[in-house]
Each structure stands twice: as C-alpha cells, then as structure tokens.
Design a protein around this ligand. Structure first.
Ligand code: APR
Length: 265
C-alpha cells in the first residue's frame, strides 16, 4: 500500500460543488438514511472534530477553532518539535487539560451502539481525544493518533500516559530519550496498518457516514470518493457544507448530538 502523507489542501469556495439535488426535508432525508441502514450489513463511519464539539472540545477550523488562535506549523509538525519541544509540549498539556474534563456526547454514544447493531461496523476517526473509545466503541482506527499516548523518539515505544499536566520535558523510562505526543503531525505518514484497515472498511461498506469533518485534510478527505466508487451510499452529517457535500448521496446540516442518535430510532 502506498504510504499516505498527512497534507492539508486549502479549500476555496469555487471548489464547492453545488448540489443539483432538489432540497428534501430533513425528516425525509433521515428516513432515506435509516432505510439504507436497515438494508446494510456493513457500515463505515468517518468522524472529525465536529463530533466532539458538542462535548466542548474545540474544533480546528470553526469560529473558535484551534487554528484560528494557534499556528499549526509552530505546534503540530516534526520541525516545530525539533525546534522547540517545550513549546509543543506546553500546548499539548493545555489540550490534555481541556480534553481531560470532557465526556462523550449522545453522538459518540449512538455510534458505540451502532457498532453492536451491524455485522460489520468500523469507525475511522481523525480525533485524538479518545472520546469514541470512552463511549464504548471498539472497532476504531485513530488515524491521527491519540493525545493520551506518548512515543519515544529513541526506541519508538508507544505508551499510555494520562498525567495532566505531563511533567515537561518527558523522557522514556526504557532508553531515556525524549518523548513526543503519539499524534500524526502535518507532513508525517499515517500508520500503514490504520490505512490498510480503513481502506478495507471503505471498500466493503454499503453505507458510509461522514460526521463533523471539514473534509480539507488528506488522506481522510479522499475517503468519501473511495467508498462511493466502491458502491456505498455516502451520507454527510455536518454543521456546515463542505467539499464533500456535493459528492455524497445525502448531506444533512445540523449538530452531531442531534442527528446521529436519530439514525438509531
Ligand atoms: N456537529 C456537527 N458538525 C460540526 C459541529 C457539530 N456540533 N461543530 C462543528 N462541526 C463541523 C464544522 O462545520 C466543520 O466542517 O465540523 C467540522 C470540523 O472541521 P475541522 O475543524 O476542520 O476539523 P477536522 O475536519 O476534524 O480536521 C481534520 O485537521 O488540523 C487537522 O489533524 C487535525 O484531525 C484534524 C484534521
């Protein structure tokens, strides 16, 4: 499998594909989605920061988004960590402190229930907050890593660490080298096993749900076309329209905490 780079593509309005579908009522759209789910044996879900917004975790590009206040190139890249690991760790300590107080919301809980309802149900998340697992989801690929894990820059060992704050600078208990957050930063490759697992889930599902992502960061932004090309019925549930809105079969705007639980009614 080709190794994927985590690159960001700037999305401009002229890319917005106007949906040529006549607007249908939310309820009729919801009924259509539920009918498709009722026939499905395999469902794949892709989530982004929007699903955790209702738990109080900031998104990246929303009005109060992290990248409005911080510069990713200074905080979320291997170059930034090499340049100033203390600054990067201070920022991740701030995010860990924030996330530590947050709980799964009804959307996370509904997806965990959905996992038990289908023969095959896989959840691919871009979120590093760990709220899907906290809600009880087990079939999860955390393709951008997890904020509660650290990785040794020397021996590569990955360990769970829930200290808030983590003493700066943290070092590996085994080899003494510097520890870094176990997060996939811009310009870094995703874990090939996560990609393999995600690709298999995208190519074998009858229904794909895309929840709370702006669809501008690759390779996750390429997942909807992969599932669609494999014949899946693709649904977007998001607060705002995205580059995916014009290519999916159905796009519903609204809050994840309100829309996702309705899928299981
Ligand atoms: N319910 C549903 N959708 C929501 C909600 C909500 N309550 N609140 C916000 N959204 C939508 C926004 O409209 C936006 O389209 O969620 C999306 C969040 O987009 P981003 O902030 O860009 O987050 P995400 O798509 O997950 O970012 C992808 O970028 O910075 C990197 O690695 C980071 O994983 C992240 C990746």
């Amino acid at each position: 499998m080709t190794s994927f780079l985590l690159t960001k593509v700037r999305y401009t309005p002229r890319h917005r594909q106007r949906s040529r579908r006549p607007p249908m009522s939310h309820d009729r759209n919801m009924d259509t989605i539920k009918a498709k789910l009722a026939q499905a044996r395999s469902v794949t879900v892709l989530t982004g920061a929007g699903i955790s917004a209702d738990s109080g975790v900031p998104t990246f590009r929303g009005a109060d988004g992290l990248w409005r206040n911080f510069r990713p190139e200074e905080l979320a890249s291997p170059e930034a960590f090499a340049r100033d690991p203390r600054l990067v760790w201070e920022w991740y300590n701030w995010r860990r402190g924030l996330i530590a107080t947050k709980r799964p919301n009804p959307a996370h809980v509904a997806l965990a229930a959905m996992e038990r309802r289908f023969e095959h149900c896989w959840l691919i998340t871009q979120n590093v907050d760990g709220l899907h697992r906290a809600a009880g989801s087990e079939n999860v690929s955390e393709i951008h890593g997890n904020i509660w894990r650290v990785r040794c820059t020397g021996c590569g060992e990955v360990t769970e660490n829930r200290e808030v704050p983590i003493p700066i600078l943290p070092h590996c208990g085994a080899c003494g080298a510097l520890l870094r957050p176990h997060i996939v930063w811009f310009g870094e490759s995703l874990d090939p096993d996560d990609l393999e697992r995600s690709a298999a889930a995208l190519r074998s599902c009858q229904v794909m749900l895309i929840i709370g992502t702006s669809g501008v960061v690759y390779p996750a932004a390429s997942f909807a076309p992969i599932a669609k090309a494999a014949g899946a019925f693709v649904v977007e549930l998001n607060l705002d329209p995205t580059p995916n809105s014009g290519l999916v079969d159905l796009s519903l705007q609204g809050r994840a905490k309100d829309l996702v639980p309705r899928l299981l009614d």
